[in-house]
Design a binder for this molecule. Structure first.
Ligand code: AMP
Ligand code: GLY
Length: 440
């Protein structure tokens, strides 16, 4: 099969790499100077047997629909399903209809009622743009004045344009995050191995939110019964709710969860692979990814993905100034040495070819260093050995990716929180037969 991956970041590099294990040829449109098989051709002009669309924006813009209209096989939802990520307000409506537990919330287009709702909630306060904001539309703060000012900023249209003309205000939740990515064929879905992303810029989960500074898989605090519960109580009911709306959703449903003391709570659904979650989940896949995605794209998912009993850790290396003002054009050193470390792939995210053809920085997140090893601790060690070879002026990376999990991985897993909160047990819409809930 000839496969075309649409997108230009580290996620697409990882997708292309794993698809290339079994595809005859993989092209990446547009890709970047560091991804083999990159092409500047417009995806709709490309001839491929399967299209895999990476980022949310082209999905929201209907690229999957345009490709399907030309008779192509596409893994990725149409604009109707992608609205789940394109409008957080609509996502909340679908979740409420599906009976999926999510944070208490309200949506507003006027400042005063929004502020009144804020004042009724306990800290931390969470203010989100309804529309897409390239991962920058969410404020989580312990300062009510800051939240209140952010509401006015977003609604005025100055900060985020149309995307901010409606805001979602949410109760703040605490706990580690979990990403469960499910491959959907319109009717049913299978879970990929869970991953955890580190969203904040700085060690110790401090600093601003970013697109993700690193990730790891597996997640010791998310054993298989917890992932099953996420499928049964969140992903499958959401897929069923989409179906009831006439939406034939073929692509990834990515449940972003917070593991609170009361159990997992959905923060959001994304309509694509996570970045950098894909970088740690896909290399661990023992199943043929081309066949799996082609089955889902055809509406006939039969394969249950199997994952190797190993671990992957990705450390993101970003430019100076990321996420507020990333600086482009710095020469990248040490790439070959980093790639020579055992078990390492370096995925090219924000790079371009400089004047002499060598790679230079060209985006906030520049390179994703992914290590695969028998354990999380070994993968972490390999990843940081490779990162130590890389340099450019102002390179930023976190030094605590997977740190807690790597030391917890040797201990008993599971924690004390329930796999799903008691009060929301029993959704009407699960496609699977009712299953026994796992013991906490
Ligand atoms: P979202 O785009 O909705 O996933 O939000 C981006 C990030 O903001 C999440 O990954 C969390 O780190 C944080 N976040 C979102 N919603 C909440 C919430 N209700 N409570 C605490 N943090 C949140
Ligand atoms: N890693 C978070 C995201 O892909 O949205």
């Amino acid at each position: 099969m000839r496969v075309c991956v649409v997108g230009s970041g580290g996620r697409e590099h990882a997708l292309a790499q794993v698809l290339a294990r079994t595809a005859d040829e993989v092209v990446v449109a547009p890709g970047n100077a560091g991804i083999p098989g990159s092409t500047s051709a417009d995806p709709v002009e490309i001839d491929a047997d399967l299209f895999v669309i990476g980022p949310e924006q082209p999905l929201v813009d209907g690229l999957a629909d345009r490709l399907r209209a030309r008779g192509h096989l596409v893994f990725g939802p149409g604009a109707d399903g992608a609205r789940l990520e394109g409008s957080k307000r609509w996502m909340k409506e679908v979740l409420d209809d599906a009976g999926v537990r999510s944070a208490r919330h309200g949506s507003f287009t006027e400042v005063e009622p929004a502020r009144a709702f804020l004042a009724s909630l306990a800290p931390p306060w969470v203010v989100k743009t309804d529309g897409l904001a390239a991962g920058k539309g969410v404020l989580v703060t312990d300062d009510l004045d800051e939240a209140s000012a952010d509401v006015a900023d977003k609604l005025s249209g100055t900060a985020f344009g149309e995307a901010g003309r409606t805001v979602i205000i949410e109760e703040g939740l605490m706990g580690p995050e979990l990403s469960v990515l499910a491959v959907c064929d319109g009717t049913t879905a299978v879970a990929l191995a869970p991953a955890q992303d580190h969203k904040r810029l700085l060690d110790g989960d401090r600093g601003p939110n970013t697109g993700g500074m690193g990730a790891f898989s597996p997640v010791p605090s998310a054993p298989p019964p917890l992932v099953d519960a996420v499928m049964d109580k969140a992903v499958l009911p959401t897929l069923a709710a989409l179906r009831r709306r006439g939406i034939d959703y073929r692509g990834v449903l990515y449940a972003g969860l917070m593991l609170t003391d009361e159990g997992p709570t959905v923060l959001e659904f994304n309509v694509r692979f996570g970045d950098p979650e894909a970088q740690v989940v896909l290399p661990r896949l023992d199943t043929d990814l081309v066949a799996l995605l082609a089955e889902a794209a055809t509406g006939r998912l039969r394969t249950t993905p199997v994952f190797a009993d190993d671990a992957a850790v990705t450390v993101v290396c970003a430019t100076e100034g990321y996420p507020l003002a990333p600086r482009p054009g710095d020469p990248i050193e040490g790439l070959e040495e980093a790639r020579a470390v055992e078990g390492i792939s370096v995925h090219a995210a924000g790079v371009a070819a400089g004047a002499d053809g060598a790679l230079v920085t060209a985006g906030g997140r520049v390179l994703d260093v992914t290590a695969v090893a028998p354990t999380l601790a070994q993968a972490r060690d390999r990843a940081y050995r490779a990162v130590a070879h890389l340099s450019w002026p102002g390179l930023q990376h976190r030094s605590d990716i997977a740190e807690g999990a790597a030391s917890a991985a040797g201990a008993a897993t599971g924690g004390s929180s329930p796999f799903w909160p008691q009060e929301t047990a029993g959704n009407q819409d699960g496609v699977r037969p009712e299953q026994e809930r796992g013991e906490g």
